[in-house]
Ligand binder design. Structure first.
Ligand SMILES: C[S@@+](CC[C@H](N)C(=O)[O-])C[C@H]1O[C@@H](n2cnc3c(N)ncnc32)[C@H](O)[C@@H]1O
Length: 481
C-alpha cells in the first residue's frame, strides 16, 4: 500500500519480538525476486520498489562514459587504493615497502610457473596470502578490464537487463564483481544482486575486504558474501534460482579432477538455475593449451543442449568438429596500476608487467539465440571451409566469421577464420603490399563479424597442418549485414 517504508515498521505486524536485523535476515533472500530493494540506513533499511527485469538500453551519456573508460583503461584509482590498503593490512607494512614488493614479485613468478605447467604437475593454489596479493598485482588488472569489455558487448547487444541476478563461480578476490561494480558506476538506472562462490579462505578474505568497500556507494547494487564451496561438489540447490548471468571466469581450467565431459555435465547441471533467457559466460586464458581445451568444452556443452550465443556462429546450419580450435578476442592494452609499476621498477621489469588483453570466451544459453542470425542462402556461390582441401591452388569465395585479432607481423596480417564447418584451422593472410580499400576491412572488423571474402587463393601449410586463404589486391572483403 505504501510506495516506500522503513523495514522496522514491519514490527507492528509481527506477533513475536524481532529486531530489524532479524527481520532483514528472514526477508532478504526473497527481496530480489519480489522486485524490492532494501537500502541500509543507520540501523534500519529503506524499502523501495525495484526495477523490472526488462532489457537494459544504454543511453548516449552512458555509452560515452563507457567508451571514455576503454579509451585509456586502467583499474580506477579508488579501487587501486582499496587494494593497496588491503596489502598494508595483510602485511602490516606499507604496500610499497621494498620487502613487500620483493615478496609479491616472488609470488608472481611462482604463480606464473604453476599456470604454465600441464597435466598432474599443474597445481594452482590460493592458500597463501602472498599468492592473492600476487594475483591482485599481476592477473587482476587485465581480467578486471576484460570483463568490462564483455559486459559492454552484452549491453550493446541488448543482452543485459535493468535488474539482474548474477552468480560468479570461482570469484577469487572478486574480479568479476568488481568489474560489474565499476561498470554499474557508469549506468544511471540499473540494479543487480551479485552472488559468488569461492574455494579458498584467503580469496574470500580479500573479497570481503575489497568488494563491499568498492561497491558501497553504488546505488542499486547488492553484493552478497561469497559462499565457500568446491565447484566440483556444487549442486543446483546450493545456488540461487533464476540467475540472469552465471560466470565462470578463468576457473574451469584449474579444475584438474574433472574431464572435459564432466566439466560440461557440471555446467549443464548448474544451468538448470539459469533464467530462461539467462546467459552463461565462460572465459579462459588465450594461450594455445587452455584455449583449445576450452573450445572442446563449449562443443561438449553444445552437445549437452546449451546453445552458443557467441562468438561461434553456425552459418551453414551445421555443427563444427575441429581437430583443434585456437581462437581468442584481443583488446587494447590496459595501463599498468601504481602497484604494477612499482613491481616493474627492477631489472627484469617485463616479468611483472601484464597489460595485454587476450581471452577466449563463450556465451551460452538455454535457448538457441545466436548473436549472428545470418545463414548462408541456399544456392549461394561460397565454398564451405570443410571442403577447402579440394580447392588448394585455386581462387574461391568464402563467407566466414573473423575469429582472432591479427596474429601476423609487419609484412603479413594473419587472421583465423571459421564458418562453423571447419575441420582444420583456416587463416586468411593479407600481405601489407596487397592492402587496398577493397580488402582492408579484414583489419578493422570486430571479433566474430561475418565477412565475405571474394577471390582468395587457397594454400596448404604443411608445417601447421592448416589452410591459408591469401588475400591479394584483387580480393574483396565485405561485411554481411
Ligand atoms: C584464476 S582465478 C580466477 C578468479 C576470477 N574469477 C578472475 O577471473 O580473476 C581461479 C579462481 O577459481 C578458484 N577455484 C579453483 N578451483 C576451485 C574449485 N574447485 N571450486 C571453487 N573455486 C575454485 C580459485 O580459488 C581462484 O579464485
Amino acid at each position: 500500500m505504501k510506495k516506500e517504508f522503513m523495514l522496522s515498521e514491519i514490527k507492528d505486524y509481527i506477533e513475536e519480538e524481532m529486531s530489524t536485523q532479524d527481520i532483514y535476515k528472514v526477508v532478504s533472500p526473497f527481496l530480489f525476486d519480489l522486485k524490492i530493494n532494501a537500502t541500509p540506513m543507520d540501523d534500519d533499511f529503506r524499502i523501495t520498489p525495484g526495477l523490472s527485469r526488462e532489457k537494459m538500453e544504454l543511453s548516449d551519456e552512458e555509452k560515452e562514459k563507457i567508451l571514455s573508460f576503454f579509451g585509456s583503461a586502467v583499474v580506477p584509482g579508488q579501487l587501486q587504493k582499496i587494494i593497496e590498503n588491503y596489502i598494508t593490512l595483510k602485511t602490516t607494512k606499507d604496500w610499497d615497502d621494498p620487502m613487500v614488493l620483493e615478496k609479491i614479485r616472488k609470488a608472481i613468478v611462482a604463480q606464473k610457473n604453476a599456470y604454465w605447467k600441464s597435466g598432474k604437475s599443474r597445481i594452482i593454489s590460493y592458500e597463501k596470502g602472498y599468492s592473492i596479493l600476487a594475483y591482485l598485482a599481476y592477473q587482476f588488472p587485465v581480467y578486471f578490464v576484460q570483463f568490462e569489455h564483455i559486459l559492454h558487448s552484452l549491453a550493446s547487444d541488448g543482452m543485459l537487463k535493468k535488474r539482474m541476478k548474477i552468480l560468479d563461480i570461482g570469484t577469487g578476490p572478486g574480479t568479476v564483481p568488481l568489474a560489474i561494480t565499476d561498470f554499474y558506476k557508469r549506468l544511471d538506472n540499473a540494479e543487480a544482486a551479485i552472488h559468488s562462490v569461492e574455494l579458498y579462505d584467503e580469496n574470500i578474505e580479500a573479497y570481503d575486504a575489497i568488494v563491499p568497500e568498492y561497491a558501497k556507494k553504488v546505488s542499486g547494487l547488492t553484493v552478497e558474501k561469497p559462499v565457500k564451496a568446491n565447484l566440483v561438489d556444487l549442486k543446483p540447490e546450493d545456488i540461487p534460482d533464476n540467475i540472469d548471468l552465471m560466470i565462470f571466469s578463468n576457473v574451469l581450467n584449474e579444475i584438474r579432477e574433472l574431464t572435459i565431459d564432466q566439466k560440461a555435465e557440471l555446467v549443464k547441471k548448474l544451468s538448470s538455475k539459469l533464467a530462461v533467457d539467462g546467459n552463461i559466460i565462460l572465459i579462459e586464458p588465450a594461450d594455445r593449451a587452455n584455449s583449445t581445451e576450452f573450445r572442446k568444452l563449449t562443443l561438449a556443452l553444445k552437445l549437452q543442449g546449451l546453445g552458443i550465443y557467441s562468438p561461434c556462429s553456425f552459418i551453414w546450419c551445421q555443427g563444427c568438429k575441429p581437430d583443434e580450435c585456437w581462437s581468442f578476442e584481443q583488446k587494447e592494452d590496459i595501463n599498468p596500476t601504481r602497484l604494477m609499476k612499482k613491481l616493474a621498477d627492477c631489472e627484469e621489469a617485463f616479468r611483472y608487467l601484464n597489460t595485454d588483453i587476450k581471452y577466449s570466451y563463450a556465451i551460452m544459453r538455454k535457448d538457441n539465440l545466436s548473436k549472428v542470425s545470418y545463414k548462408v542462402p541456399l544456392k549461394s556461390k561460397f565454398a564451405r571451409l570443410a571442403d577447402v582441401n579440394k580447392h588448394v591452388g585455386k581462387r574461391i569465395n568464402v563467407v566466414c566469421s573473423l575469429m582472432s585479432g591479427d596474429l601476423g607481423d609487419s609484412k603479413y596480417s594473419v587472421y583465423k577464420i571459421c564458418d562453423g564447418t571447419t575441420r582444420k584451422q583456416v587463416y586468411t593472410l593479407l600481405p601489407s603490399h596487397h592492402e587496398v580499400p577493397e580488402n582492408e576491412l579484414i583489419k578493422t572488423a570486430g571479433y566474430g563479424t561475418v565477412l565475405e571474402l571474394f577471390n582468395v587463393l587457397v594454400k596448404y601449410n604443411e608445417d601447421k597442418d592448416a589452410y591459408n586463404l591469401l588475400l591479394s589486391r584483387n580480393s574483396t572483403v565485405a561485411k554481411v549485414e
